[in-house]
Design a protein around this ligand. Structure first.
Ligand SMILES: NC(=O)c1ccc[n+]([C@@H]2O[C@H](COP(=O)([O-])OP(=O)(O)OC[C@H]3O[C@@H](n4cnc5c(N)ncnc54)[C@H](O)[C@@H]3O)[C@@H](O)[C@H]2O)c1
Length: 264
């Protein structure tokens, strides 16, 4: 059994990961943490997820539980993740990092680490990572015979557009054919004239409670190939984090992504 510590356990992702880890016989949740001043600190995890039991107490720091775990699963916020990573490194444990927004020196510090086992990915969904791979492969084969357009839709509360995942899809497509003089087109309006061959369109829709939908269209003459991924809940990210943790504990020290985890 993989002794697992979940940080940010009261968060949307942390609580989902706790629920799934408790149901999975491969995992033993040996510690859960929250930010120091969180009202759940000192209380039993049963208050977070029914079934967690009364023995598991929410701790206010990773330092107080780190010795009990093999792997830490961290979906918190950048500063907390960096601090947790440093402790994991010092204690020679493993860490799965799902937190987004890490950048600059902090991200460099993690990416350049040599002696720690790390999986880091801003999108842990297994299906989405498979889509990245398929889109990359198709883009290499398509040459300029097809017009490529990206469509994404998210809930009405999302603030940024296009989504980070759509940007990643765009970059994969561009890098698959780096010699083409790509023209990125974010939405269209007015008398723009015919579509240019080098255009790569990215359309963002917002509405309702859509968790996340991404389609890449390869539009040819008399046919169209579409690859779509639809996320129905955050559960797909949490499941991906457990897939990553299960894989990571068997690896040599190194910085890995979901591409490595899935053998793509
Ligand atoms: N990689 C992926 O696939 C993926 C998917 C979804 C979300 N995310 C990212 O995961 C992160 C968390 O997302 P969320 O929706 O669960 O957010 P959230 O705000 O619901 O949860 C974050 C939790 O972390 C806790 N926290 C903050 N500092 C802490 C500390 N020092 N120690 C312990 N706990 C601490 C917060 O109190 C909160 O409960 C975000 O960066 C989000 O973008 C990544």
């Amino acid at each position: 059994m993989i002794k697992t510590i979940i940080t940010g356990v009261c968060g949307r992702m942390g609580s989902m990961i706790l629920k799934l880890a408790l149901e999975d016989p491969d995992f033993m949740v040996s510690g859960v943490t929250e930010i120091e001043h969180h009202p759940s600190v000192g209380k039993c995890a049963e208050a977070v997820i029914v079934g967690a039991g009364n023995a598991l107490i929410v701790e206010g720091s990773l330092a107080s539980v780190i010795d009990r775990g093999d792997v830490v699963i961290d979906f918190t916020e950048p500063e907390a993740t960096l601090e947790n990573f440093r402790l994991v490194k010092k204690k020679a444990k493993a860490i799965v990092i799902g937190t987004t927004g890490l950048k600059g020196q902090g991200l460099d510090e993690i990416m350049k680490t040599k002696n720690t086992r790390i999986v880091i990915s801003p999108n842990m969904s297994v299906g989405m990572n498979l889509m990245f791979d398929v889109v990359e492969k198709l883009s290499k084969k398509m040459k300029d015979h097809y017009d490529i357009e990206i469509f994404e839709m998210h809930h009405k509360l999302k603030k940024d557009a296009p989504s980070g995942t759509a940007v990643k899809l765009k970059d994969l497509i561009k890098n698959a054919a780096p010699d083409r003089k790509w023209i990125e087109v974010f939405g269209r309006q007015g008398m723009l004239g015919e579509r240019k061959k080098e255009e790569l369109g990215i359309m963002s829709l917002r509405g309702g409670d859509v968790v996340g939908e991404h389609t890449v269209m390869f539009a040819g003459i008399g046919e169209r190939l579409e690859i779509t991924h639809r996320a129905f809940s955050r559960e797909n990210f949490a499941r991906g984090a457990l897939v990553a943790a299960r894989w990571l504990v068997k690896q040599k020290p190194g910085v890995y992504t979901m591409k490595d985890v899935l053998g793509l």
